[in-house]
Ligand binder design. Structure first.
Ligand code: SF4
Length: 354
């Protein structure tokens, strides 16, 4: 028996049901980069040619500000410092290049635990971890800081609250969609409760969804059914992982270590309360306080790059004049071309030009 969530016959049946509901012309935002991958990788655009899927702000690498990357580059060049980062961040362009081209002392790690171990095994080196990501990766950072890290370990606190940014975008009036496919990973941590207020505000269907192709198809079906029935509610397709109150232990750890602060998002600007700043007790491990870091950052978006519109779902990568011609994964002009979750990277790899 094939796995239900990837079963082709099931996919075709759901697509047929969506067709019966009259989904032609449906405009949806998938707010998570992993959904963008699923939609392209499994050919859902071809299965549902009448549906326009647009990416949202849910790719952590894409939204990490130029200023933070510049700070990471500057720190990696300081005497006695080893800067650790996730693979995707390594090639993200900033003002004067990327971590890959900076000539600094940089090591790619799989997770923050590896960076902490490096600090333990190299007591004479200042290990600075570039801590990026949403509610999905921040709990692990919080866990390590609560457990206790070596004195020669610090972080660039660049984690962001996805929920606050999504809420901000929905209220900005800058995004107009028939429905929203809400992230699975983030919601596993936050729970589905935070979306209730959003759905009341936008008055459009919202569905919290898993990452397999049939999860996404079911989400489209649920949205189309709500629209047909004149409803605008929150539904949880990913109930096998997402509870109302989320992962309480992870949320408590984050709450103990981080506080909400205003934060700059690449392409989206400053979003109130969306940054995870370290609480006073943990400020000693804030690399931006420990070291002198002076950067003069250029614009958050390179000339001609349309990442800002793409992250709002207001443009497709193929609508950027630089897409494929100038901007490619080996020569990224904007951050959306770097990460495997970035819309431009996904569209290029899977050949979507729609
Ligand atoms: S194709 Fe490149 S330049 Fe254009 S929006 Fe995407 S990342 Fe920016």
């Amino acid at each position: 028996m094939s796995y239900f969530f990837r079963d082709r016959e099931t996919a075709e049946r759901i697509a047929a049901l969506i067709g019966e509901l009259g989904a032609e012309g449906l405009k949806l935002m998938e707010a998570c980069g992993t959904h963008t991958q699923t939609i392209s990788k499994f050919g859902l655009r071809h299965l549902l040619p009448g549906v326009r899927f647009s990416s949202g702000p849910g790719c952590p690498t894409c939204v990490t500000s130029v200023r933070d990357v510049d700070a990471a580059i500057e720190l990696s060049r300081q005497e006695g410092v080893l800067l650790t980062t996730f693979g995707d961040m390594y090639h993200v362009p900033a003002t004067g290049g990327s971590l890959a081209s900076s000539g600094g002392n940089v090591k790619v790690v799989y997770d923050i635990g590896e960076a902490v171990e490096l600090a333990r095994s190299h007591p004479g080196t200042e290990v600075v971890h570039f801590a990026i990501g949403f509610e999905t990766t921040a709990p692990l950072t919080a866990y390590h800081l609560l457990e206790g890290v070596p004195e020669n370990f610090s972080i660039i606190p660049a984690h962001r609250y996805f929920i606050d940014a999504f809420n901000f975008l929905l209220r900005s009036g800058e995004v107009e969609f028939d429905g929203f496919i809400c992230p699975g990973h983030v919601s596993t941590i936050t729970g589905w409760a935070p979306y209730l207020e959003m759905v009341r505000h936008v008055k459009k269907p919202m569905v919290v969804t898993g990452f397999e192709p049939n999860d996404v198809l079911l989400a489209v079906y649920l949205i189309a059914r709500q629209l047909r029935e004149g409803r605008a509610e929150l539904e949880v397709e990913y109930s096998r992982c997402v509870r109302e109150d989320g992962n309480v232990a992870a949320l408590e750890a984050m709450e103990e270590v981080f506080r909400h602060g205003d934060a700059l998002w690449r392409g989206l600007g400053s979003i109130p309360g969306s940054g995870m700043a370290l609480r006073k007790e943990f400020e000693g491990h804030d690399a931006l306080r420990r070291f002198e870091v002076e950067v003069e950052s250029g614009p958050e978006i390179a000339p001609g790059c349309r990442c800002g519109e793409i992250l709002r779902g207001n443009a497709l990568p193929s609508e950027c004049p630089l897409f494929r011609r100038v901007c490619t994964p080996t020569n990224p002009i904007g951050a959306c071309m770097v990460s495997v979750e970035g819309a431009c990277n996904v569209h290029l790899r899977y050949g979507y030009e729609g």
